[in-house]
Ligand binder design. Sequence first.
Ligand code: 5GP
Ligand code: ZN
Length: 154
Amino acid sequence: MRAARMRAAGHARVYDWAGRVSRSGAGRCCPATMIVSVPECLFCGVAAGDIPATKVADGERVIAFRDINPQAPVHVLVVPRDHYPNVAALAAAGDAGKGLLDELIAVARKVAAAEGIEDSGYRVVFNTGPDAGQSVAHVHAHVLGGRPMAWPPG
Ligand code: 5GP
Ligand code: ZN
């Protein structure tokens, strides 16, 4: 099971890939930071610059880059540099993740404006867990637009 090691509010926590606190949890945490990057994590690798990506935004806490397998004319992933397994884990992180969810949404809006889809409309999607089809266990917002989209999603 993929695990993300986190240290938040003085407690060492280990999350499973879906963001649940693992019972087997004695992970090794970095003493100097609240949250460590996960060596085998794809998006930690992109954030570190070790894995190439076509970036469209590059901030202190948040980056955005084009999805490698776009599902719409505009398909950008908005990703925090720090590792959280999914949006539920980020929302539950308290002070450790303070303001980060706001920042993800703010960057998503800026990306939509820069890509020219602000008026035509777009989706911001956080797939969370297996039933939603989450395949990368590092929280990311999909920004999708540039074509009409059906509802409900498949
Ligand atoms: P999820 O399925 O977790 O909601 O979304 C993961 C997304 O990451 C997918 O849309 C997938 O196409 C994208 N992805 C997977 N590997 C890479 C990669 O190496 N580079 C980029 N830019 N996107 C990737
Ligand atoms: Zn990560």
